[in-house]
Design a protein. Structure first.
Length: 285
């Protein structure tokens, strides 16, 4: 069985524990439930199948039944806390507590680097900016960012990007990208950080409305859609994003760092009439 820090899903950890015990003994779900203090013989089986949720209060008892103690027990409880957190903010706290706990015990948590990258707008911006400002000091890069940040923030961000192998620093102190683009990974905590990044970028987009039209492009449409047409539009947006990425990466020079937001979201509950209403006049200002 893998080390607990190699798991991101507490259900998978419980299932693997059960399977390992089952292979070497006559261990049953009833035995497992009894050891953990549950009256239902199949409760933990249902938890592993996703039919039931394990509460944070019960997580300690299950950890004890699996022989976890100290660091591993606390880590297991934090996995449960993360899985059932009600908001992204609560999930972020639970994940960061897991990372801090693991770091204190000198072990690595899957997805931590990706989480750290996507949780701040400064990371993707400086990843694009630094390679195109050879010889620039952190203060100069800081003043080029919009909004302006501090030189210390630039230095901290660049160190992180180098540590994550997203930038490389040469002997002259200049930076280059190791890859043309960065995609969201499979680790379950990464989308939480990515949504936080999208919120930050959404706030910047509102402020960008005050920029001259020559420096920004913003438009919008209100559409009445069926589920089928929504799925088709999603695919079109994905294809468009890939084409835009190809355009941006075919040139080696950069004059500005831009952010492109592509958003499609509901502005009503589901309508029961079955009639399609489309308001497709484009708003462009």
């Amino acid at each position: 069985m893998k080390e607990i820090v190699e798991y991101t899903d507490y259900r998978k950890f419980i299932q693997d524990y059960y399977d390992e015990r089952k292979r070497s003994s006559a261990f049953t779900w009833r035995d497992f439930a009894r050891d953990a203090g549950f009256s239902s013989a199949v409760y933990l089986k249902y938890v592993c199948e996703g039919k039931k949720n394990l509460s944070v209060n019960a997580a300690g008892s299950v950890a004890n039944a699996m022989g976890l103690a100290g660091f591993e027990q606390t880590y297991f409880v934090l996995m449960v806390s993360y899985a059932h957190a009600k908001s992204d903010a609560a999930k972020r706290v639970a994940f960061e507590e897991r990372c801090a706990l693991a770091q204190a015990h000198k072990v690595h948590v899957l997805g931590k680097e990706e989480f750290d990258y996507f949780k701040s707008w400064k990371n993707p911006v400086l990843r694009e900016l630094a390679p195109h400002m050879p010889g620039a000091r952190p203060l100069e890069m800081a003043r080029t960012c919009r909004p302006v940040i501090t030189a210390a923030e630039v230095s901290e961000t660049l160190d992180l990007l180098v540590k994550m192998n997203l930038l490389k620093k040469d002997k002259n102190g200049n930076y280059r990208q190791t890859e043309k683009s960065v995609a969201i990974g499979a680790a379950d905590a990464v989308p939480v950080a990515a949504r936080d990044l999208q919120r930050q970028m959404g706030e910047f987009a509102i402020k960008a409305l005050d920029l001259p039209l020559s420096e920004r492009e913003m438009s919008g449409m209100v559409l009445g859609l069926t589920r089928r047409s929504y799925d088709r539009i999603r695919k079109e947006l994905e294809a468009c994003r890939r084409r835009i990425t190809a355009i941006a990466t075919e040139e080696n020079e950069t004059e500005y760092v831009y952010r492109l937001n592509m958003q499609l979201f509901p502005m009503s509950g589901r309508l029961g009439t079955g009639k399609k209403c489309v308001t497709n006049k484009e708003e462009k200002r």
